[in-house]
Design a protein. Structure first.
Length: 110
């Protein structure tokens, strides 16, 4: 990881390609948690049809100067953004318990 300036007065730890590869097992478990939570809530498909929903981390690619958000976990197979958002918290909590700073991205309207 590399410390970057995220905003004017805010720094963050940016994940780099080697970090993403190393954390794949943790991301896979978080994905399974999200899927189980969504199914436990009835596998509903409510909300606006959005593409690109997922869990993202701050990422700094090879030879890049500017950070970006990278989606490391895609949402369960649901189009509705409300269903995805209602079921994501346990996966985010799991990542947080492994000291991984992540956010839920609601995607774009389709």
């Amino acid at each position: 990881m590399k410390e970057i300036i995220k905003w004017e007065d805010e720094t963050a730890q940016a994940y780099q390609p080697a970090d993403i590869t190393e954390l794949e097992p943790v991301f896979a478990t978080a994905r399974a948690i999200w899927d189980r939570t969504w199914k436990a809530q009835g596998a509903t498909d409510e909300g606006s049809c959005c593409g690109g929903k997922g869990i993202q981390v701050v990422y700094l690619g090879k030879r890049k100067r500017q950070w970006e958000y990278l989606t490391v976990i895609a949402s369960p197979p649901v189009q509705g953004n409300l269903s995805a958002a209602r079921s994501v918290q346990p996966a985010l909590d799991y990542l947080n318990s492994h000291d991984i700073t992540a956010r839920y991205y609601d995607g774009w309207m389709n």
